[in-house]
Design a protein around this ligand. Structure first.
Ligand code: RET
Length: 246
C-alpha cells in the first residue's frame, strides 16, 4: 500500500490540475478560428503542453503515478513518477515552441530535444531506483550536466539563430528564453533538496507545491506570453511562408 498523500500534497495537486485545465481552455479559446498553418503550430503545441499536464496532475491527485521506493537504510520514499512522464512529453514541446520562434534549423532542435530527453530520463531513473544517496547524487550530477549543455545550446546556437529574426520576434524570443533559463534551473534545486535527493530539507508537501508553481509558470505562464503576442506570431508566419515559397 502506498502511504496516503498529505493535505498539502493534495491541495497542491488539486491547484495544479485546476490551473493546467484553465490554461488549456484559455489556449483553445485563443487559438480558435486560427487558419494560418504556421501560427496554428504554436497554438497546437502550447495547448498540448498544458493538456498533457492537466491529465498528469489529475492522475497524481487521484493517487495514480506515485510509488513507494525502498532504499538502503530502511528509508521508504514516496515518488511521484508521473511527473517524469509529463516532463518527457512536455519539455520537448516547450523547446519546439522556442525553436519555431527562433526559426531554428533541425540540427539545433534535435540537439536540444536529445539533451532534454537524456536529462529527464536520467532524473527519472535516479528518482525511482532503489539506490542510496550517493548514487542518487551521482545521477543528479549526470542529469544536470545534460541540463547545462541544453542551456548552452539555448544561449548560443538557438539565440544566434533568433537574433537573425526581426526585432520584435527576437525580443519575444529573449523574454521566453530567459524565463526558461530561470524557471528550469529551479527544478534540479527543488529535486535535490526534496524527497528524491533523500536530503529531506523540504517535505514532500512543500516539494509538490514548489513543482506545482514552477510547472504552472513554465507551461501556462510561458504559453500566455507566447500566444498573446499575435503580432509577433504573424511575423513568424509570414517569414516561414516566405521561406517555403523560395
Ligand atoms: C531533474 C533531476 C535531476 C537533475 C535535473 C532535473 C531537471 C529537470 C527540469 C525539468 C523541467 C521541467 C519543466 C516542466 C514543465 O512545466 C530531472 C529534476 C537537471 C529542468 C519545465
Amino acid at each position: 500500500m502506498v502511504q496516503q498523500a498529505s493535505g498539502l500534497e493534495q491541495v497542491a495537486l488539486a491547484l495544479g490540475t485546476l490551473g493546467m485545465a484553465l490554461g488549456t481552455v484559455a489556449f483553445v479559446a485563443m487559438g480558435r478560428g486560427e487558419q494560418d498553418e504556421h501560427k496554428r503550430r504554436f497554438y497546437v503545441v502550447t495547448t498540448l503542453v498544458s493538456g498533457i499536464a492537466t491529465v498528469a496532475y489529475l492522475l497524481m491527485f487521484l493517487g495514480i503515478g506515485v510509488a513507494q521506493v525502498r532504499i538502503p537504510g530502511e528509508m521508504v520514499l514516496r515518488i511521484y513518477w508521473m511527473r517524469y512522464v509529463d516532463w518527457l512529453l512536455t519539455t520537448p514541446l516547450l523547446l519546439f515552441d522556442l525553436a519555431l520562434l527562433a526559426g531554428a534549423d533541425r540540427e539545433t532542435l534535435y540537439r536540444l530535444v536529445g539533451l532534454d530527453v537524456a536529462m529527464v530520463v536520467v532524473g527519472a531513473a535516479a528518482a525511482v531506483s532503489p539506490v542510496g544517496q550517493t548514487i542518487r547524487l551521482a545521477l543528479w550530477v549526470v542529469s544536470s550536466a545534460f541540463f547545462v549543455a541544453l542551456l548552452y545550446v539555448l544561449a548560443n546556437q538557438l539565440s544566434q539563430q533568433a537574433a537573425r529574426r526581426s526585432g520584435e520576434v527576437a525580443a519575444l524570443f529573449s523574454t521566453l528564453r530567459n524565463l526558461v533559463i530561470v524557471l528550469w534551473t529551479a527544478y534540479p534545486i527543488v529535486w535535490i533538496v526534496g524527497t528524491e535527493g533523500t536530503i529531506g530539507l523540504i517535505s514532500l508537501g512543500v516539494e509538490t507545491a514548489a513543482f506545482m508553481v514552477l510547472d504552472l509558470s513554465a507551461k501556462v505562464g510561458f504559453g500566455f506570453i507566447l500566444l498573446r503576442s499575435r503580432g509577433v506570431l504573424d511575423e513568424v508566419s509570414a517569414s516561414a511562408a516566405g521561406a517555403t515559397a523560395d
